[in-house]
Design a protein around this ligand. Structure first.
Ligand code: HEC
Ligand code: HEC
Length: 142
C-alpha cells in the first residue's frame, strides 16, 4: 500500500471516530441519540376557521375548516355527504362538493358522488398550527 493512501485512511478513520464528520448537520430527531426511543410527537391543535382557508392555487382541494372527528368514510357510509351532498347542502348551509366530484373518469355525470371522489380526505386535509420542519418559501398563485 502506498504511504499516501495509508495516511489518508488513518485520517478518515480518525475523523469518523471523533464524530466531527457530521457536526453541523441537524437531523429531524434533534439532539436525541439514535438508540433512544422516539419521543411522542407534540399534541397539536387543529386550526378551525370560519368559512374557508385561502387556497394556494386555483384548483387546490380546499382545506377542511371544521373538525371531522365524528365523521366516518367507509364502504357503507360517508358522513361528509350528510352536509356536502346535492340534497343536503342548502339545509346545512355547507358548500356543495364541486361538480367535478360527480364525473366518472369517462366523463359521465352521475347523480351521486363518483367513486373517484369518495374518499374525501384523500385530497381534503385538516390544518394544524405547526411550524414547518424545513424552510418553505412557496408563495401561492391566488
Ligand atoms: C355537519 C355538517 C358537515 C359535515 C358532516 C362535514 N362538513 Fe365540511 N363543511 C360544512 C360547512 C357548514 C362548511 C363551511 C365552512 C364552515 O362553516 O365551517 C364546510 C366546509 C368544508 C370544506 C371547505 C370548502 C371550501 O370551499 O373552503 C371542506 C373541504 C369540507 N367541508 C370537507 C369536509 C369533509 C371531507 C367532511 C367529512 C370528513 C366534511 N366536510 C363533513 C359542514 C359539514
Ligand atoms: C381526488 C381529490 C378529491 C377528492 C377525493 C375529493 N375532493 Fe373535494 N375538491 C377537490 C378539488 C381539486 C376541489 C376544487 C376544485 C373543484 O371543485 O373540483 C374540491 C372542492 C371541494 C369543495 C368546494 C367546492 C366549491 O364549490 O368551492 C367541497 C365542499 C368538497 N370538495 C368536498 C368534498 C367531499 C365531501 C368529498 C368526499 C365525498 C371530496 N370533496 C372528495 C378534490 C377532491
Amino acid at each position: 500500500m502506498k504511504k499516501s493512501t495509508l495516511t489518508l485512511m488513518v485520517a478518515l478513520v480518525a475523523l469518523l471516530c471523533s464524530g466531527t464528520a457530521f457536526s453541523g448537520v441537524e437531523f429531524l430527531r434533534g439532539g436525541q441519540e439514535i438508540q433512544d426511543p422516539s419521543k411522542a410527537p407534540d399534541k397539536r391543535k387543529q386550526e378551525i376557521v370560519k368559512g374557508s382557508f385561502d387556497r394556494s392555487y386555483k384548483i387546490q382541494p380546499p382545506m377542511i375548516p371544521h373538525t371531522i372527528e365524528k365523521e366516518e368514510i367507509s364502504l357503507r357510509v360517508n358522513t361528509c355527504m350528510k352536509c356536502h351532498s346535492e340534497k343536503t347542502y342548502k339545509e346545512k348551509k355547507a358548500p356543495k362538493a364541486g361538480d367535478s366530484h360527480y364525473v366518472t373518469r369517462d366523463g359521465k355525470v352521475l347523480e351521486t358522488v363518483s367513486s373517484r371522489r369518495y374518499f374525501c380526505n384523500q385530497c381534503h386535509a385538516l390544518q394544524l398550527d405547526a411550524a414547518p420542519l424545513v424552510e418553505n418559501v412557496f408563495a401561492g398563485a391566488k
